[in-house]
Every structure is written in C-alpha cells, then in structure tokens.
Ligand binder design. Structure first.
Ligand SMILES: Nc1ncnc2c1ncn2[C@@H]1O[C@H](COP(=O)(O)OP(=O)(O)OP(=O)(O)O)[C@@H](O)[C@H]1O
Ligand SMILES: [Mg+2]
Length: 134
C-alpha cells in the first residue's frame, strides 16, 4: 500500500475549500490516515521545497506557503501518488484540466491550492517533515 503527502495550501484554506478538497480524495476511495492544520515555519517550508532552492520563484514559494494555515494529510491507497497528482492537475492552472482540483480552484501558478508528493522517496521525506510523530 502506497502513501502520499498532500498539503492544502493557504490560498485554498483562506477560501474555506478544505472540506471540499478533502472530500474529493475521500470520495475517490482513498484512506486519509493522518491530518493536521498547521501554520508552517520558514524552516518547514524550506525543507519541504528544498529541491527548488535557488530557483527564481523559491523565495515567493516559501513566503506563500508560510503566510497562513495549511492542512497536511497522509493519504493511502493503491497507486495513490500518481492518482493524487492526476486529481490535483497541472502546476499552472491554465494547463490544468477543468475536472482537477487546480483546474477548478487554483488562482495562479503560485497560488495553486494543493501540493502532492511526486514519488515514493519524496512522499516518505515529506511525511517526516509534516508528521515527525508518525
Ligand atoms: N515557474 C514557476 N513560477 C512560479 N511558481 C512556480 C513555478 N514553478 C513552480 N512553481 C511553484 O512551486 C511549486 C512547486 O513546484 P513543482 O515543480 O514541484 O510543481 P508541483 O509538483 O506541481 O507542485 P507541488 O510540489 O506544490 O505539488 C508549485 O506548486 C508552484 O506553486
Ligand atoms: Mg512538486
């Protein structure tokens, strides 16, 4: 059984889309095994987005994700990593299919509602950041 780390980002939290977004993963049949609401520290954000350090959008990315509460989730299921990436849609909402979470709710490339791990290795690394107790 695979697991992935999802973040509902501050733009979606501020717009009260948390319940709506969680129910999309639930209704697809995935199991939510851990969930918390947290205002990320700069350290957590930098660790989470370490692969993007040095890129032109990195500073904005860190300040955006730390600007408010996020909802962190561990979601389990068969092929859940790839499936949740598909449900979330493309990074840029202009390229996201209308049926995806980003297609429906994302405002821009930076305020794009959700994050999901992109591999087994990143899922395990990210789960440790957001759920050190697991
Ligand atoms: N060219 C860009 N301009 C502005 N922001 C960007 C750009 N590329 C990526 N980002 C931001 O950095 C985040 C991480 O980029 P990444 O390439 O990992 O995309 P992703 O895997 O689709 O998104 P996430 O990691 O948040 O699930 C994106 O969600 C987006 O908010
Ligand atoms: Mg990514």
């Amino acid at each position: 059984m695979e697991r992935t780390l999802v973040l509902i980002k501050p733009d979606a939290m501020e717009r009260k889309l948390m319940g709506e977004i969680i129910s999309i993963y639930e209704k697809k049949g995935f199991h939510i095994s851990a969930l918390k609401i947290v205002k990320p520290t700069k350290e957590m954000a930098e660790e989470h987005y370490a692969e993007h350090k040095g890129k032109p959008f990195y500073e904005n990315l860190v300040s955006f994700i730390t600007k408010g509460e996020v909802c962190a989730l561990v979601i389990e299921g068969e092929n859940v990593i790839e499936a949740v990436r598909k449900i979330n849609g493309a990074t840029d909402p202009l390229n996201a299919e209308p049926g995806t979470i980003r297609g429906r709710y994302a405002l821009s490339k930076s305020e794009n509602a959700v994050h999901a791990s992109d591999s087994i290795e990143s899922a395990e690394r990210e789960i440790k950041i957001w759920f050190p107790e697991l």
